[in-house]
Design a protein around this ligand. Structure first.
Ligand code: GDP
Ligand code: MG
Length: 168
């Protein structure tokens, strides 16, 4: 699997997405420092919100194969300037999070990520599991086998992930 680093402001859902990608049971954890998991690097939102701390994100991006910029679908503004992905030496994908939320405006968040230069852009809910397998599929490398078949996953996203994804 390619290694992905997740970036985005506090509360956008980075840690919950990390858990969903790994198939863990969801529980609240405040991120105090950068956490390395097998294929996911989770970062604190404060690093994306504070100029001096943001330098750490620039450095850690080199440890990953792919950078994931997250934007919560309920967010009324975006942190990301137009074309900011151009300064990154890794592919930068967009991830619209919390699409299950009643106040979600997925198109608005998608357009902001597109403006920032993210390609492709995924729409996910870590609560329902929607969109999770598409990210994992994107991270797949030749020779990796993922423990589901796409049709089955589409029908039972959460169940398949939590049953089989513990040891990714
Ligand atoms: N409705 C909804 N809430 C979510 C989702 N993902 C995370 N949350 C909630 O958003 C809050 C922040 O999540 P967290 O993963 O800690 O954000 P982080 O600061 O970016 O790591 C928590 O209360 C989560 O339960 C989601 O897919 N849907
Ligand atoms: Mg966190």
């Amino acid at each position: 699997m390619k290694k992905i680093i997740l970036m985005g402001r506090s509360e956008c859902g980075k840690t919950t997405l990390t858990q969903a990608l790994k198939g863990d049971v969801i529980s609240y954890q405040k991120t105090q420092y950068i956490n390395h998991y097998d294929v996911v690097i989770d970062t604190p939102g404060e690093y994306a919100e504070t100029t001096t701390l943001a330098r750490a994100l620039a450095l850690y991006a080199y440890e990953a194969d792919v950078v994931g910029l997250l934007l919560n679908a309920t967010e009324p503004y975006s942190l990301y300037p137009p074309c900011c992905t151009a300064c990154c030496t890794r592919p930068v994908i967009g991830i619209v999070t919390q699409i299950d939320h009643e106040k979600a405006d997925v198109e608005r968040a998608h357009n902001w990520l597109a403006l920032a230069g993210c390609r492709p852009i995924f729409h996910v809910s870590s609560y329902t599991g929607e969109g999770i397998w598409q990210i994992l599929d994107y991270l797949r490398e030749p020779g990796d086998s993922l423990p589901w078949d796409s049709e089955q996953e589409a029908n039972h996203p959460r169940m398949v992930l939590s049953d089989k994804f513990g040891d990714l």
